[in-house]
Design a protein. Structure first.
Length: 256
């Protein structure tokens, strides 16, 4: 199959237009700050069986693009911007490092894992084909409602804060939320966990309000801790873990 080689560090804006044959990443590709890479509809970007990275420190815009092959990594770093819409994505990973920004919308993602460390990223209208498709910060959870997932999906969440009034509803086919780091419900904020999924947690520190009803907390290290100004209202929970703690000055209830 004839391909168009693609790689290296861009020194000026580039638009990929050829739809007659794939662009093949023959080496890592870097989009520096101040440079824009635009990929037009119908273009294919392919990676063979050697891991290749597209590092975006400038701007990358891809609409209607086919990313094929198992080993493509897209890293969005510093103040980089990544916009992907109406595309098909295979590959290894897409990572938005803080404070990068962008969006992935109306796209099909098969085995690729999207990791979001920045609060400036939107996901909307996508279909995820892996059971472990996302690693997100807490503020990203409510952005997932308009996406679709396959049965048995687990969403992983890194350390972070809940700083406002927040409700986490269950999402169809998402069976488990894995809290890989500590979660803090800040003073003046509230987090309501609606029924319908399992939570595997380490430590949840509550300085504001935590409400949870009809949930299962799994994992041997789970600790729910209401600190001096915190309030926990817990009912109908199935908890396997270390402890539930109401510190001096906290309030709340634990029923059924």
């Amino acid at each position: 199959m004839l391909t168009i080689p693609l790689g290296g560090t861009l020194t000026s804006d580039l638009t990929l237009t050829d739809t007659s044959q794939p662009y093949c990443l023959t080496s890592d590709l870097v989009v520096p700050e101040g440079i824009t890479l635009t990929v037009l509809p119908g273009v294919e970007i392919h990676t063979d069986f050697i891991l290749r990275e597209i590092t975006v420190r400038g701007t990358m815009i891809a609409t209607g693009v086919n990313f094929t092959g198992p080993e493509t990594d897209i890293d969005v770093r510093d103040n980089g911007v990544l916009h992907i819409d109406s595309s098909n994505l295979e590959g290894d990973a897409i990572t938005f490092f803080d404070p990068s920004n962008g969006f992935i919308t109306n796209s099909n993602l098969t085995n690729i894992v999207v990791s979001i460390d920045s609060e400036n990223v939107a996901l909307d209208g996508n279909s995820f084909g892996s059971t472990s498709p996302l690693i997100i910060v807490p503020s990203q959870y409510t952005d997932l409602y308009d996406n679709s997932f396959i049965t048995g999906t687990r969403i992983r969440m890194t350390y972070g804060h809940v700083d406002s009034t927040t409700i986490w509803d269950s999402i169809p086919n998402v069976d488990r939320l894995d809290l890989a780091g500590d979660l803090i419900v800040s003073s003046g904020a509230s987090l309501t966990l609606q029924p319908g999924f399992e939570i595997e947690a380490s430590e949840i520190f509550v300085d504001g309000i935590l409400q949870a009803n009809n949930l299962e907390f799994i994992g041997s290290d789970t600790r729910l801790i209401a600190r001096s100004s915190g309030q926990m209202i817990l009912s109908n929970l199935d908890i396997s873990g270390r402890e539930i703690v109401f510190e001096d000055g906290s309030s709340g209830s634990l029923t059924n």
